[in-house]
Design a protein around this ligand. Structure first.
Ligand code: BEZ
Length: 220
């Protein structure tokens, strides 16, 4: 993905949104953040994505993650579309997170969110389905980029955030399909003699043909 790399300082910016003009860093405060773009308001997959994201927004809040969306539409369009999005949840409540209006495509271009293969009905380029997770230190912790034709899995994003927040605190990594409460893996760069003090619940090592002792599991 072009642009910002993992570990880079995420750029600060000012933007017009459905809750007024914001400064991104002020909006984030000392929380985690998830900034996600969609191609266009009033399109089917985008509507399902934002409706689902709205329906689980309390789960992001519980994890101290501020949500914010972005597309190349105007604030006026966002405000009309939001009612459709919430109607999909049979709700007339406000969308629980702001949407950035980037009709000039300046921010989307800066952040590498544009999809070269996708245009709107007028032939104007639109944003891909880009996701950035930003840590409280304002560094990029995760990015992913889906094409317009593939909707994202916001439950998976919550799972990823659980892993990011855990591995920011402990010297572990989370294995395939990990869920909170499952065993985790000791980081490969931790020497065996450090393991006992770091993981008082013990570490089990899976024997493998190579005899290398790298599959080290622990329960936190
Ligand atoms: C959609 O949200 O359904 C969509 C938007 C742009 C291109 C393809 C699909």
């Amino acid at each position: 993905m072009p642009g910002i790399l993992l570990g880079d300082q995420f750029p600060n910016f000012d933007a017009d949104t459905t809750v007024g003009r914001i400064n991104f860093y002020d909006f984030l405060g000392d929380s985690w953040g998830i900034l996600f773009s969609h191609p266009k308001d009033f399109t089917p997959v985008c509507t399902t994505e934002l409706a689902f994201a709205a329906s689980i927004s309390d789960k992001f809040t519980m994890r101290k993650v501020k949500m914010i969306a972005l597309s190349v539409d105007s604030v006026e369009d966002h405000n009309v579309w939001i009612k459709d999005v919430m109607a999909l949840n049979n709700s007339s409540a406000a969308l629980p997170f702001p949407i950035i209006a980037d009709s000039g495509r300046k921010l989307a271009t800066l952040l590498g969110m544009m999809d070269p293969d996708e245009t709107d009905r007028e032939g104007n380029p639109v944003t891909a389905r880009c996701v950035f997770v930003i840590g409280p230190d304002k560094k990029l912790k995760l990015s992913c980029l889906y094409p317009a034709t593939t909707g994202r899995n916001f439950d998976e994003l919550l799972r990823v955030i659980d892993s990011l927040q855990l591995t920011a605190q402990k010297k572990v990594a989370t294995p395939v399909h990990w869920r909170p409460g499952d065993k985790v893996m000791v980081l490969p760069n931790i020497a065996d003699d450090e393991v006992t003090k770091l993981f008082p619940n013990g570490v089990s090592t899976k024997e493998v043909p190579s005899r290398k002792k790298y599959l080290r599991y622990t329960q936190l």
